[in-house]
Write a protein that binds this ligand. Structure first.
Ligand code: URA
Length: 216
């Protein structure tokens, strides 16, 4: 069933990011600079003491789409790259189904350090890391942001809604349109929800001028 267009929801109470006026070739060095700052961060004492390394972000510094996940897990903490474990494999499959490559997108998380035992980020940790998330978004200046899961959606948009309620519409965050959908880890536990994520991807890509209909 095609989804009826719903109006874009205006910006959240959090001061939305201001895109930086950068040339395409200036974005990668600016991200590199910010990555160095993140690597030295000790704002969250527990995370700084327990991490193997920080997990900054990866992908195209000039991407049209930026993905936001929750936080690094054990695999990401080991490899220093977001979404490289089982959830990451599924995310790669979703990207491929959308006829994109992982390298086309910019991928990061609410947190840049692994919470011990993969617990959820605390509000304080998310707040400490927000400057870095907004910094990455401001440098990449994407047209679209996809929040994977409730932690990403609620933190980015300062919302308390359930993810199922946040799906199916665009939110506005600065100049970017934000789509919220289920986290790949949730899909691993609930494969029946994959069809909902596919609807969300078709909704996103249609707005980008790319028709994914007929593919699944
Ligand atoms: N889950 C996330 O939300 N982010 C990652 O980087 C890996 C798993």
């Amino acid at each position: 069933m095609p989804r009826a267009a719903r109006p874009t929801v205006p910006a959240s109470p959090h001061k939305p990011f201001q895109p930086l006026a950068l040339l395409p070739e200036e974005r990668a060095p600016r991200l590199q600079q910010l990555c160095g700052k993140v690597a030295a961060c000790t704002r969250c004492q527990e995370l700084a003491e327990t991490r193997t390394q920080t997990v900054f972000g990866v992908g195209n510094p000039n991407a049209r789409i930026l993905f936001v996940g929750e936080a690094p897990g054990a695999d990401e903490d080991k490899q220093g790259e977001p979404f490289v474990g089982r959830a990451g494999q599924l995310l790669n499959d979703i990207i491929a189904a959308c006829r994109m490559k992982r390298e086309d997108i910019y991928i990061c998380n609410i947190l840049r350090c692994r919470p011990p035992g993969n617990r959820q980020p605390s509000p304080e940790e998310a707040g400490n890391c927000r400057e870095f998330l907004d910094g990455q978004i401001a440098i990449v200046n994407p047209e679209y942001i996809v929040c994977w899961g409730a932690t990403a959606a609620r933190n980015l948009l300062s919302s308390e809604d359930n993810i199922s309620k946040m799906r199916g519409r665009f939110f506005q965050y600065g100049p970017a349109k934000v789509l919220c959908t289920y986290h790949p880890s949730y899909l691993l536990r609930n494969p029946a929800a994959k069809k909902d994520v596919w609807e969300d991807m078709k909704f996103l890509f249609k707005d980008m001028g790319i028709d994914l209909t007929g593919k699944s």
